[in-house]
Write a protein that binds this ligand. Structure first.
Ligand code: GLU
Length: 384
């Protein structure tokens, strides 16, 4: 059995900090003494040669009172405006506090599209690598000002997992208002048991996410588990730890209770890890039983096995693969547009070119561009 990971031994970590920890909700201001304590913890890790990346929420929470934006639910444009106002304050708070330790911070704002489009993803990855080489601490948030509701992470749990996968972090620490995963909601069920180690995020574990308290975070437990799936598939361990106390990372180093989600021992290439972490669903290609069997035996997806195409997508987009029963079984990068697939659906390989009128590839999704099994899509996680 794999040993429980230890923060002291981490080489590169992503720490996700939620709004409820960082922002005093009553006064919409930074909880300065808490921030100082976490900055001290991160500085200690940094001095022990651990690369640290921070995914920080709080932009919208910091701007809530500006222009009377203090309603429970903001409209998209108001959220975007609030994020623009709050983000500058948020970045300033991190920057000033780290400067006291002579550490330079760097602000990175990412959208879901940036992480799903391979070229943007690679650019973000090299910028992050360069910053880490320069010993900077990247402070990352979703670019809420340009993200629209359909194509946004919406919660920083999954954004943090995607970042962890992007930089090959060995640990992702989600600082939360709860010290881990419980078998049931501990606030309403006295028999709820804390789970210290999760070997694998099974469907049964996923159900526990649905029942757990959502607290203040926009994601709640369901998105934390979705984040765990992304991180673990990428070979990164994830911890859900209580963050509300001062020096939360030091507490974790000293053995504070948390839940560890152990990484899969997958041998995915970097490209496959990127595919596996994909969350948008531009479309689904449904296949028959024969094709499903072929994919599991390591073959590529050919037009002959396709039964239906859902959605509109372009060549190079990340899409999902559905089986005959309608279950999503994987994801991959398509070599054809959705309209082209509709032209060649069910055809034998030798008939593809005649139908298209040009010479296309034999495979709709090449084996190297495909990952089985799949991860939770945004809509599935949000539906929890
Ligand atoms: N990106 C949002 C913000 O900074 C927060 C998202 C979340 O709560 O996870 O305000």
């Amino acid at each position: 059995m794999m040993q429980t990971p230890q923060l002291n031994k981490a080489r590169r970590i992503v720490v996700k900090i939620g709004s409820a920890l960082l922002v005093d909700g009553q006064n919409a201001c930074i909880r300065q003494s808490w921030l100082k304590s976490v900055v001290q913890d991160i500085t200690n890790l940094h001095q022990q040669n651990c690369d640290v990346l921070v995914v920080s929420s709080g932009a919208i929470a910091l701007a809530r009172y500006t222009f009377n934006l203090n309603r429970h639910k903001l409209r998209l444009a108001e959220k975007q405006a609030a994020a623009a106002i709050g983000q500058i304050k948020l970045a300033q708070a991190w920057s000033e506090n780290f400067l006291e330790h002579n550490i330079t911070t760097a602000q990175i704002l990412l959208t879901l599209e940036d992480t799903e489009t391979r070229l943007h993803y690679l650019n973000a990855r090299s910028a992050l690598e360069t910053l880490l080489k320069l010993k900077c601490i990247p402070i990352i948030n979703e670019n809420d000002t340009v993200a629209t509701s359909e194509i946004r992470f919406g919660d920083n749990d999954r954004l943090a997992a995607r970042v962890a996968e992007m930089v090959g972090a060995d640990q992702l620490i989600l600082l939360s208002d709860i010290d881990g995963l419980y078998t049931a909601d501990p606030k309403s069920d006295p028999n709820a048991k804390h789970i210290p180690v999760i070997q694998e995020i099974t469907p049964e574990i996923m159900t526990m996410g649905g029942k757990a308290p959502t607290g203040y975070s926009s994601g709640g437990m369901a998105t934390k588990l979705a984040a765990g799936t992304i991180a673990n598939t990428a070979g990164c361990a994830m911890a859900i730890a209580f963050g509300k106390l001062q020096h939360p990372l030091k507490a974790l180093q000293e053995g504070a209770r948390c839940s560890w989600f152990l990484p899969n021992s997958s041998t995915y290439t970097a490209r496959k890890r990127w595919i596996a972490g994909g969350m948008t669903t531009k479309g689904v290609i449904y296949i028959d039983h024969g094709a499903e069997k072929a994919l599991y035996s390591g073959k590529s997806l050919l037009p002959v096995g396709i039964t239906k195409v859902d959605g509109y997508f372009q060549r190079g987009d990340l899409i999902k693969i559905g089986n005959k029963e309608g279950n999503i079984i994987g994801s991959g990068v398509t070599a054809y547009d959705s309209s082209e697939i509709n032209q060649i659906i069910g055809l034998q390989t030798e008939d593809i070119n005649t139908s298209l009128g040009w010479e296309g590839p034999d495979e709709v999704i090449h084996h190297d561009d495909m990952v089985l099994p799949p991860l939770l899509s945004i809509s599935e996680a949000n539906a929890k």
